[in-house]
Design a protein around this ligand. Structure first.
Ligand SMILES: *Cc1c(COP(=O)(O)O)cnc(C)c1O
Length: 341
């Protein structure tokens, strides 16, 4: 095996086409066995369900090389479960869990030369997704679907060092109560684009979304969950039915409690109490945790004591422990590491 000649450390987060992808089709009420193919393009009818009514869901995870040279992914069973929940909410036939895990294994194996080496900070990002393919013009679920998985190498998230983020409390809402905020659907991102472009134009890194019903409680950002640390070192994460259940956040809560011996709470978090927290971070597959230094609400600034130049001490311990588990430097809880072989 020959690693591709890529400048791993200087890769960004962009699409770099790799050689192989996995494809399975749903037709006549069943998913087929799926194949690994070379064709990166999709030919669809002009009236395909996904193009008209956005019937599509996705997942995101990573493969990387551990310290001892194994290629692994992190808790892909939870991606399979979450994809199933997303499918059910959008009337898409559930993709079987065993086949999901097999597809991840096959596609990573087929692109193993694109899995960045240990220590480069880069990873192979894996994108599974499903979309309605047959013509749909009257509003209803499609009858035929395609499941695909492609991979793309992505660079280290904290290139040039960690830089705490500045957030804006968005004037827009991300998710309605009883809506689709808890599933990983492209539609949640389509409607967030205007909000994030606006926030960037105003000089912010990300949006903090509040609950749409009362606009008093913290939900999440466009693509990452919140973790807060109180002054007495309790790790707090917002609880809400309209937050997307981040696998990174759920894992960090286990790390906080079981590895670091910290108190953890998943509960409603009121915007008013943010000013009393010691640290704040955003959790997701891309960065694991990005520290937040400042949150601005209609011109009023909340600055966390951890400051604008580094991660807070507890955020840093959480980050180092979870990345240590992922990279094989720290023993993982049973079932967290899925080896590709
Ligand atoms: C994917 C996603 C996250 C992060 O989830 P991970 O499983 O940790 O990658 C958080 N919020 C939203 C809205 C997401 O789509």
């Amino acid at each position: 095996m020959d690693k591709k000649n890529i400048d791993w450390a200087n890769l960004g987060f962009g699409y770099v086409q790799t050689e192989k992808r996995y494809v399975s089709n749903f037709k006549n009420g069943a998913w087929d066995n799926g194949v690994v193919t070379e064709d990166a393009n999709i030919v669809l009818n002009e009236c395909a369900g996904v193009l008209q009514y956005a019937q599509t869901v996705f997942e995101g995870l990573k493969a990387y090389t551990t310290e001892d040279g194994r290629i692994v992914t992190f808790r892909p069973d939870l991606n399979a479960d979450r994809l199933a929940e997303s499918c059910k909410r959008l009337e898409i036939p559930v993709f079987p869990k065993e086949q999901f895990l097999e597809s991840i294994k096959e596609v990573v194996k087929a692109n193993k030369d694109y899995v960045p080496p240990y220590g480069s900070g880069a990873t192979l990002y894996i994108r599974p997704y499903i979309f309605g393919t047959n013509p749909v013009i009257g509003v209803k679920p499609a009858e035929e679907y395609q499941y695909r998985v492609f991979t793309t190498p992505v660079g280290p998230y904290f290139k040039g060092g960690v830089k705490p983020l500045t957030l804006k409390v968005s004037d827009f809402d991300r998710a309605a109560p009883h809506g689709t905020g808890h599933i990983k659907a492209g539609l949640n991102y389509a409607m967030s684009l205007h909000a994030i472009v606006t926030a960037h134009e105003e000089g912010y890194d990300e949006n903090m979304y509040l609950d749409a019903a009362t606009r008093t409680k913290v939900e999440e950002t466009g693509g990452a969950n919140f973790l807060f640390v109180t002054k007495d070192n309790t790790v707090v994460t917002p609880k809400s039915n309209s937050i997307l259940p981040s696998i990174t956040r759920r894992s960090l809560m286990v790390v906080a409690e079981k590895y670091l011996g910290l108190k953890v709470e998943e509960r409603e978090v009121h915007f008013d109490e943010i000013k009393d927290f010691a640290e704040c971070g955003l959790c997701g597959t891309a960065a694991v945790i990005s520290p937040v230094g400042k949150i601005v609400n209609k011109g009023e600034e909340i600055c966390f004591p951890s400051g604008m130049s580094e991660m807070g001490p507890t955020t840093k311990k959480l980050y180092e422990t979870l990345t240590g588990i992922q990279m094989g430097r720290i023993e993982a809880p049973e079932g967290w590491i899925f080896e590709i072989k």
